[in-house]
Design a binder for this molecule. Structure first.
Ligand SMILES: NC(=O)c1ccc[n+]([C@@H]2O[C@H](COP(=O)([O-])OP(=O)(O)OC[C@H]3O[C@@H](n4cnc5c(N)ncnc54)[C@H](OP(=O)(O)O)[C@@H]3O)[C@@H](O)[C@H]2O)c1
Length: 214
């Protein structure tokens, strides 16, 4: 059995699996269709993660689909009631890539809230404001990454927060799941900054940081 299941084998899967292994967690990696992709990522990460494919039983009490919003909806539909009792971490930034000017969820909602309507799992929004490359080391310019976390269920938020802390990250609980609306807009702003060639110092290896008063 594994502590954390990560679905997908792309950029965020690699970053999150790196942090999970650094935290001493056991990790199950489920590839979209090709198990060899999960095996290859597991091997790149040092070989201790287990590899499987979408459709396999989810072992982790925390499941992190490291996929885009549409795929997330398909995953919660596919796994249905088997997700009951799991903490589902929604990391998506549901950007409308046809315009690159807004999110593809209606104002007053968020991908996380839409997913919560579709699954008996407890949805927690997190990691949508940290870029994949920065998660591999967990820091930027010598500073811990901030992980902004939103959720309605205290125990589930604590589970994600404890995971982030154990992974060497700075967990900040920002409030109930509806705060995902602000987190997704913040994630989008972060993407816009990084895509802006006029701001070369804020590229995909940069990070958002909330500085505490000392
Ligand atoms: N990249 C970042 O810095 C970053 C930061 C914060 C949040 N995010 C969010 O993280 C998510 C993943 O981003 P990414 O950059 O890691 O993307 P990515 O590198 O393109 O990886 C996407 C993964 O999703 C899998 N996939 C595609 N369709 C699927 C389906 N129907 N069912 C299951 N898996 C499917 C792909 O597998 P195959 O290639 O085998 O099809 C691939 O492993 C997105 O929601 C994004 O908004 C990204």
């Amino acid at each position: 059995m594994s502590d954390i299941t990560i679905i997908g084998t792309g950029n965020m899967a690699r970053g999150l699996a790196s942090r999970a292994l650094a935290a001493g967690k056991s990790v199950q990696l489920l590839a979209h269709e090709d198990k060899a992709k999960a095996e290859a990522l597991a091997s790149k990460l040092g070989g201790s993660a287990s590899a499987g494919v979408l459709g396999d039983a989810i072992e982790g009490s925390i499941v992190i689909p490291a996929v885009y919003f549409d795929a997330s909806k398909a995953i919660v539909t596919q796994y249905g009631d088997t997700l009951a009792g799991k903490v589902y971490v929604d990391i998506t930034n549901p950007v409308d890539f046809s315009t690159f000017d807004s999110l593809a969820v209606s104002a007053g909602s968020s991908a996380a809230e839409e997913l919560q309507k579709l699954t008996p799992a407890t949805v927690v929004k997190a990691f949508n404001t940290t870029f994949a490359g920065t998660l591999v080391s967990g820091e930027v310019s010598g500073q811990q990454l901030d992980v902004l976390i939103a959720g309605d269920d205290e125990a589930s938020v604590k589970a994600v927060s404890d995971f982030a802390s154990a992974a060497g990250l700075n967990a900040i609980n920002v409030g109930p799941l509806r705060r995902a609306q602000q987190l997704e807009q913040t994630g989008f702003l972060n993407i816009l900054l990084s895509a802006n060639e006029a701001l070369p110092e804020y590229q995909w290896n940069s990070a958002l940081k909330f500085l505490p008063a000392v």
